[in-house]
Design a protein around this ligand. Structure first.
Ligand code: SF4
Length: 381
């Protein structure tokens, strides 16, 4: 049966054929229709129409600068109080020492962490300018919306002043974390004290107005409904209509280990794939949908690359937030291993820069070998 003749999804299929925008009702249907294979097929068709078999990745490193946090979100396994025996806060020299062994092989450092009670904007200005001084080729993708809000609060600055100063010291991109679900009712239960839904959107709007591109995210599988997921996607789509500043959408399911959210529904593998597909279909104005393998694992990420995702994160090297909550995804994959994962999914690996402005088809180096640090692969146009 052709999808345009599908008894429930046929109308959506025809809307997509005519490149018409899907509605909230369409989103709800896609999020709940029992014919999951057809929903996934629609997501994949939308991805293929944009990018064919190409799947994008970059060479990055995650550094979580501190796990000390003044908040205690119930879904978070990472944060520690300042006096906890395993609390840590990397000073600038320690941070640079962690980056240094990877710096030759990465073009982006991804840095998010807790809301440290004493680090004001001065600390982050010094950190970002040090990164740029020591490793000028490295893009700084750092700080979630709530970290920006916290810095503004303790530094007695506006959001615009905070973002401007961080940009001028070396911040290139916001990674988009902290959106969770953009429903204040849900947020009050899973992350009380965090920025509100409106504040998340306002911080990203301000970043875009200041020329700072951002990603956006969704944490699902806690206590939210299908309609809350759809409304979340539509809120992001609405802001993108205004600013065009989102590069990539990154959906990831809640991981429960060491958290305090026993009422969470948890997302099945099927739900993860459905969210990827529906995201691709509803977010018609956000260029890229990421399979976040740190969270969903390599095998599910490969399936996601056939259900609507066109981007995969990344060489990574080091990551603590998802691994605190139960992720077992390998951290020692270099470019050849990541390219093999993409090819095994039936896709074509394409290396990109952080701003999605330069793309090169990836070709393995002449003598491939496994390494514990990212390996410099040969890249050809
Ligand atoms: S999610 Fe972020 S803000 Fe919330 S407790 Fe964890 S580190 Fe702190």
């Amino acid at each position: 049966m052709l999808l345009r003749d599908h008894p429930r999804l046929g109308g959506i299929t025809r809307e997509l054929d005519f490149e018409r925008r899907l509605t909230r009702a369409d989103g709800l249907l896609l999020m709940q229709d029992p014919d999951l294979p057809s929903v996934l097929a629609l997501g994949e068709a939308s991805k293929r129409a944009r990018y064919g078999s190409d799947v994008f990745f970059n060479s990055n490193l995650h550094i979580n600068q501190t796990n000390v946090c003044v908040l205690a979100c119930r879904f978070c396994a990472f944060r520690r109080g300042p006096a906890a025996p395993d609390a840590y806060a990397l000073d600038i020299d320690e941070y640079l020492a962690r980056l240094a062994p990877y710096a030759e092989h990465v073009d982006e450092v991804h840095t998010v962490g807790g809301l440290h009670p004493e680090w004001t904007i001065d600390h982050y200005e010094a950190l970002f300018s040090s990164i740029k001084r020591e490793f000028p080729h490295v893009t700084v993708k750092a700080l979630t919306a709530v970290e920006i809000k916290h810095l503004a609060d303790i530094s007695h600055l506006s959001i615009a002043q905070t973002l401007s100063r961080l940009r001028d010291s070396g911040l290139d991109i916001l990674p988009g974390g902290g959106a969770e679900i953009l429903s204040d009712e849900v947020r009050d239960i899973i992350c009380r004290g965090k920025e509100s839904s409106a504040e998340y959107l306002a911080i990203h709007r301000t970043a875009h107005e200041l020329g700072i591109p951002t990603n956006c995210t969704m944490l699902f599988g806690t206590i939210e409904t299908a309609s809350a997921r759809v409304d979340h996607l539509l809120s992001l789509r609405g802001l993108q209509d205004e600013t065009g500043g989102f590069q990539c959408f990154v959906p990831y399911p809640f991981l429960p280990d060491h958290t305090r959210l026993p009422q969470a529904q948890l997302a099945s593998a099927n739900e993860v794939l459905r969210v990827i597909a529906v995201s691709r279909l509803l977010l018609d104005n956000i260029p890229h949908i990421k399979a976040y393998r740190m969270n969903i694992g390599d095998r599910l990420a490969q399936l996601a690359l056939n259900c609507g995702a066109d981007d995969i994160d990344g060489t990574v090297g080091h990551e603590e937030i998802m691994h605190s909550a139960g992720s077992t995804t390998s951290l020692d994959d270099g470019r050849p291993e990541l390219a093999r994962l993409v090819r095994d999914a039936g896709c074509t690996p394409v290396q990109r820069d952080s701003l999605y402005t330069h793309f090169r088809r990836y070709q393995d180096p002449p003598a491939p070998g496994r390494a514990h640090l990212p390996v410099a692969g040969q890249v050809v146009s």
